[in-house]
Design a protein around this ligand. Structure first.
Ligand SMILES: [Fe+2]
Length: 309
């Protein structure tokens, strides 16, 4: 029995067929069970050249804001900044609308998932880190991202926030300053307790992200995570694309992309899928069935009758 073929819930059926199409069933199960996964460039359908475009666009975003050239192989800076970026290079639009990644986003947050913001992190060697706000990325306490939105973890275990991090430079070992995650911690039903935030003394099992450039690491908003200091020369470059369910208006809503005056209607009209993932489509992109084959009437797109709406 293949449930997706019954067409009882088109919102979920299409996610299931995309998961099959892109060969990401293991990623889907890892994301639901371990609370995180790393999708390879091959499964995302991107090439090494595309990964280099994304890395170069990230470097250019820093250079244009700071009016200084940098070489990601030798730079000692650390910087992190929010912006839409979509009008700076089309590669940011291609990242935001990557269909394999979006299948996993919609699996966790439903078809109405909204891409809330982009955070670009360029992390140089910890020994060279300036004593400013960016220093937090060298010694990040164990935390959950749902708290970024001000969402308390509850017993319902509903995923409200999803972090999709594009890996723009290879993350090979500890010297790269990788992300650390606690497997299955989204099931705890609570955030990181105050005496558990020091990852070097963690009583939890930890998994270190290892990924080649062009991969995307995805973790749930309730998954405990942290990061290690960087000891290798040059930059670890990550692009965080943060998504939430459509009704979430977190305490960081000022960083949400629709609140930026930068995105022109012309750009959005040229990229309808981008418009959709930003929650800016005026038409319902994915109406539910009025009547399923099981005979139960549903209101189109109603999350009370369709958890994947
Ligand atoms: Fe985080």
């Amino acid at each position: 029995m293949n449930i997706a073929t019954l067409k009882a819930m088109p919102s979920l059926d299409s996610i299931m067929s995309d998961i099959e199409r892109y060969g990401i069933a293991r990623n889907a199960v890892e994301l639901m069970t371990y609370g995180f996964t790393v999708v390879s460039p091959a499964n995302l359908g991107v090439t090494d050249t595309w990964g280099e475009r994304l890395r170069n666009a990230a470097v250019a975003a820093y250079e244009s804001r700071n009016d200084v050239p940098i070489d990601f192989r030798t730079s000692t800076i650390t910087a992190a900044f929010h912006d839409p970026f979509f009008d700076e290079d089309d590669v940011f639009i291609e990242a935001a609308t990557n269909p394999a990644k979006l299948a996993l986003v919609r699996l966790m947050l439903g078809q109405g998932a909204v891409h809330r913001n982009n955070l670009l992190i360029l992390k140089g060697p910890t020994a060279d880190a300036a004593a400013d706000d960016s220093a937090v990325f060298h010694n990040l306490p164990l935390h959950i991202d749902e708290f970024v939105e001000g969402i308390p973890m509850g017993a319902g275990h509903i995923c409200h926030r999803l972090n999709c991090t594009w890996i723009c430079t290879d993350v090979v070992d500890e010297a790269d300053g990788p992300t650390l995650l606690v497997p299955a911690s989204q099931h705890y039903g609570h955030g990181v307790l105050p005496h558990d935030t020091d990852v070097t003394k963690s009583r939890y099992p930890l998994v270190r992200v290892k990924a080649q450039a062009g991969s995307v690491a995805i973790w749930q908003g309730g998954t405990f995570h942290s990061t290690l200091p960087r000891t290798r020369p040059g930059l670890r470059i990550h692009l965080n694309e943060n998504h939430t369910r459509p009704y979430v208006q977190g305490r960081n809503a000022s960083s949400y992309i629709p609140n930026s005056p930068r995105l022109s209607p012309e750009l959005l009209d040229r990229h309808p899928e981008l418009k959709r993932v930003l929650g800016l489509s005026e038409v319902e992109m994915f109406p539910g069935p009025e009547r399923g084959e099981d005979g139960i009437t549903r209101v189109p797109g109603d999350p009370t009758t369709d958890p994947y709406a």
